[in-house]
Design a binder for this molecule. Structure first.
Ligand SMILES: Cc1ncc(COP(=O)(O)O)c(C=O)c1O
Length: 388
């Protein structure tokens, strides 16, 4: 037997009590029983978003909500600005191109956060842009972008919104939607929401709704956000189309766990785990990929002479520990260690000790325990002092 550990930035581990809740016999989604769960879940989700706006649930992966944001806010021929600092930033441009929307790219070196001056310059050059589309946490490079500062820029421009892909940021970092003036915030179930894949969430500000109402063209049929809002609001408490009912029931349990933990504790936990992971890999002489490292996932270069793709395959297939590798030009060069969702101190020590043992098996001279110890020095803060 090889015990399995899922330490990738999506899908992430699902807590036992959530698995058990989803294992209950299926109920029909057009019933008062489901609507009661739906309404409660929506309210708790809005608390996680820190918003008075509606947080909507869509039966799709996160990319579905990204496409919904683009097609509801922009008609063919419109212009949007997008930050491309990695695989997921690049996706905004691909979605826009598919719908005949003019996408202005702000290219950012992988591992860097976007410079706010570059966003301002793009907004100056394209006063007709409907929005700036950006990742809060660009998972491919494990980097955080300055979404609060970007929202402050678009707040000054009529008809221009900030659209945030927070797929690996919601429930990880403190990003209060209303207080920061974020217009659209998107997430996905298989990340910090601690669920299997298949559910996306999206919340929109009043400014974004006004822009949608004024946008003539194709809003799509499946992802018609105005229709979803009408159905998902109090009184109707359902979705326009058949919902991902089991995932919504699971989300109800997840949000109860988050409520019990408290938002500030949730964010502090993620910060501590990220800090410990960074300390661990640095102690193993593995250089960080990001200059603005994310709280969700740590990317680190594998040591010279180690084949990163073979390393990850070995960790997964021979040791039972699943990490993510690099994409595009980082393929075979980096390891991405997740620390979001159902993840705590001893998951970090497992990650570190697995990396150390794998390095040794790959013939790399490693000081066993160095990464674990560096992580422990940070993680000890998560454990209360003993009362003697
Ligand atoms: C930041 C970010 N955006 C978008 C996506 C795409 O989401 P999905 O695979 O759920 O469509 C991911 C998935 O890893 C992500 O991390």
């Amino acid at each position: 037997m090889i015990k399995q550990y899922l330490l990738s930035p999506g899908p992430t581990m699902v807590p036992e009590r959530v698995l058990l809740r989803m294992a209950h016999p299926m109920i029909h989604h057009r019933t008062p029983q489901f609507s009661a769960i739906f309404a409660e879940t929506k309210q708790m989700l809005e608390a996680l978003y820190q918003t008075d706006n509606d947080a909507l649930m869509l039966a799709s992966s996160g990319t579905g909500a990204m496409e919904a944001a683009v097609t509801n806010l922009c008609a063919p021929g419109d212009t949007l600005i997008f930050v491309n600092g990695g695989k997921f930033g690049e996706r905004w441009g691909k979605i826009a191109a598919r719908h005949g929307i003019n996408a202005v790219e702000i290219k950012v070196a992988w591992g860097d956060a976007v410079a706010i001056d570059d966003v301002q310059a793009a907004l100056n050059a394209h006063p007709d842009a409907k929005g700036v589309f950006v990742q809060a946490s660009e998972t491919s490079t494990t980097t955080e972008h300055p979404i609060r500062e970007i929202a402050a820029l678009t707040a000054k421009i009529d008809g221009c919104v900030t659209v945030v892909d927070a797929i690996t940021a919601l429930g990880v970092i403190d990003m209060p939607m209303d207080a920061w003036g974020l217009d659209v915030v998107i997430s996905g179930s298989q990340k910090a929401l601690m669920l299997p894949p298949g559910l996306a969430t999206i919340a929109l500000s009043e400014k974004a709704w006004e822009l949608i109402a004024a946008t003539k063209g194709c809003h799509g049929f499946y992802f018609d956000l105005a229709a979803e809002r009408k159905n998902q609001r109090k009184g109707k408490d359902t979705t326009a189309w058949t919902p991902a009912a089991a995932l919504i029931i699971g989300l109800n349990e997840v949000l109860k766990m988050i409520e019990e933990e408290g938002l500030q504790n949730l964010f502090t936990r993620h910060q501590t785990l990220a800090e410990a992971t960074r300390a661990g890999v640095t102690a193993l002489d593995m250089r960080l990929v990001s200059n603005a490292p994310a709280a969700s996932t740590t990317g680190a270069f594998v040591p010279d002479g180690v084949d990163g793709a073979a390393f990850i395959k070995y960790l997964r297939d021979s040791m039972g520990v699943t990490f993510a590798g690099g994409q595009d030009h980082l393929t075979g060069k980096i390891l991405r260690i997740a620390h979001l969702g159902y993840y705590d101190a001893f998951d970090v020590t497992i990650a570190m000790s697995a990396i150390e043992m794998a390095l040794e098996r790959f013939g790399y001279p490693v000081a066993m325990g160095a990464g674990v110890a560096a992580a422990q020095r940070v993680l000890v803060n998560r454990v209360p002092r003993a009362v003697l």
